[in-house]
Design a protein around this ligand. Sequence first.
Ligand code: BEZ
Length: 181
Amino acid sequence: MMDDTNHWVFGYGSLIYKVDFPYLQREVASIRGWERRFWQGSHDHRGTPEAPGRVLTIIPSPDRECLGMAYLVEHEVFEHLDYREKNGYERREIGIRMRDSGDQVEGLVYFAARDNPAWMGPAPIARIARHIERSHGPSGSNRDYLFDLAKALRALGADDPHVFELERALRIVLEQTSGGL
Ligand code: BEZ
């Protein structure tokens, strides 16, 4: 699949709202059979090696559809994205469905597998929220990662119980800590 032509890449996390790469086309799109989870550690963006943050990966979920953004990019863009998403993510091929046209294309998605060194895995929502509340890294706070994501998903009209429940739990944690929001 990978050659020197253009490729579709599907964004389900920061690629939706942090678009620091050139693209030829952008479409709201989805991947069927997957859903978002804050189960991946972040040593380099929203945490540090000593205190990793928690960021997204996708997990198989047969009845769900994960809404995000698809970008048509030139091959060279992957040099930037591979570096940006180097903390345990690998590219894998995936079927992408465009929301407006219904067109189906083959593309790529960044995926953190369970056996990667930064994997954190499941935890109760309240515990993940507390973890996110205290985490910071070179790209900013872990809480902004979650809030920016939730805002972007709302703008798309996405149904995402995991992310929105976590957002509510984080707001509660922040109200309980000094200063609140
Ligand atoms: C994304 O926004 O698709 C993405 C999420 C995590 C790592 C890399 C990319």
